[in-house]
Design a protein around this ligand. Structure first.
Ligand SMILES: *Cc1c(COP(=O)(O)O)cnc(C)c1O
Length: 391
């Protein structure tokens, strides 16, 4: 049996069948190029779902990570360590948030955001404010609480009963949302500014402004899920900067540590001191190796790099917006969705055969390349995608 067949057989035999995988075994990568087990290379426009911020095995990131790995790979959160303290300082200084809790994934960062919001509501409005609103078509994770927060019926099958305390509003309907927020049970609203899994839908700025103003006037917490949009992905360090708002709580993960598991929940002025000793914790959260990787990534997400993200985004938009076989292009920065005329799966298969990897989101083709993808590679990949879209 060849190596590819063997790995696929083992995977299907021994790994729980939760993933519908592409027919591809990736064995290594460098920058924006991934290589399969036969040595064929692919330009990767998915970056491990927005995780590999600077692509595969970036040398500067490797140096930061391996230095920490051979110094102190882990200790418990019973002790102070430098990397997570310095990372928290950098995150706060770059954003205006005041405190950070570290975890290991997006769902965990959201779980912490939900817990903190609930404690704030419970402390200030006991027995009254018990509902966190989320948006229809949102995605907040796979744990039971974050599934409950996810405003899609499809995610609410099989796993009930779900925790109470969530209700869903329509991002297209400002009036209905404000009316729901005016009910006494509401204490927080949790949104993605660009719905990722939901199909690269950018929330209308007027909607975001309206709920932000209402939140501030009525002491309702605004929670923003930047698990996917964060860490330079949309052309600013965090997407909220482009909406003229300052969230009370922000969650992020995916690209934060450039390929290592790390989640972060950031607390603003109102929420900085909500969680106290014993309220929350995580054995691996703030792991020094992941934190060292994240610090190295964050230092490089400067204005020059973010400008390049916006330029690459413009390039993709100008190439694909009016291209043959394209109904629409949506998204922000290097988080883009293409609505094709043909089924997305066919186009993605065509691209893969020609050495280009893309993702999907609902009926769309989703592009989440490394933020530093070289222009020549990006151009080459977009040419292939364009040709497949036009077929
Ligand atoms: C990916 C994602 C999550 C879940 O993150 P995990 O690390 O898979 O738990 C939550 N929210 C958004 C917006 C995401 O894109």
């Amino acid at each position: 049996m060849d190596q590819k067949k063997e790995i696929e057989t083992l995977d299907r035999q021994y790994i729980a069948g939760t993933y519908k995988r592409f027919d591809l075994v990736l064995s290594k990568g460098q920058g924006s190029l991934a290589e399969d087990e036969s040595g064929k290379t692919y330009i990767d426009l998915g970056a491990g779902i927005a995780v590999n911020t600077f692509g595969y095995c970036d040398p500067i990131w490797i140096e930061a990570v391996t230095k920490q790995l051979s110094t102190l790979q882990h200790t418990s959160n019973l002790y102070y360590t430098a990397p997570c303290a310095r990372l928290a300082e950098a995150l706060c200084q770059r954003t205006g948030f005041r405190k950070v809790f570290f975890s290991n994934s997006g769902a965990e960062a959201n779980e912490c955001a939900i817990k903190a919001a609930r404690k704030y509501m419970h402390d200030r409005y006991p027995g009254v404010r018990q509902t966190i609103l989320t948006l229809k078509n949102s995605f907040h994770g796979r744990t039971i609480a974050t599934l409950a927060a996810t405003g899609q019926e499809g995610f609410h099958q099989h796993f009930g009963p779900f925790p109470a305390g969530f209700d869903y509003v329509d991002a297209d309907d400002t009036d209905a949302t404000l009316a729901r927020m005016a009910k006494p049970d509401v204490g927080a609203i949790f949104i993605e500014l660009v719905q990722g899994e939901g199909g690269l839908y950018v929330l209308p700025k007027a909607f975001v402004t309206a709920i932000y103003d209402y939140c501030r006037a009525h002491d309702i917490l605004l929670l923003v899920d930047e698990v996917q949009t964060g860490n330079g992905r949309t052309g600013t360090l965090y997407a909220y900067e482009q909406f003229g708002i300052q969230p009370d709580i922000l969650s992020t993960a995916k690209g934060l540590a450039g390929g290592l598991p790390l989640g972060a929940t950031l607390f603003g002025e109102k929420t900085a001191d909500v969680l106290c000793a014993g309220d929350h914790g995580s054995t691996f959260g703030g792991n020094p190796v992941a934190a060292a990787g994240a610090l190295s990534i964050l230092e490089r997400l400067d204005e020059t790099l973010l400008g390049q993200v916006r330029e690459k985004s413009e390039f993709i938009l100008s190439e694909l917006s009016c291209a043959k076989g394209v109904r629409s292009v949506s998204g922000l920065g290097l988080m883009l969705g293409i609505e094709p005329e043909r089924p997305a799966a066919e186009i993605i298969a065509g691209c893969q055969a020609r050495g280009v990897l893309c993702l999907t989101a609902k009926q769309k083709i989703r592009l989440l390349p490394a933020l530093n993808i070289p222009d020549a590679l990006l151009k080459q990949a977009i040419t292939v995608l364009k040709e497949e879209l036009a077929k």
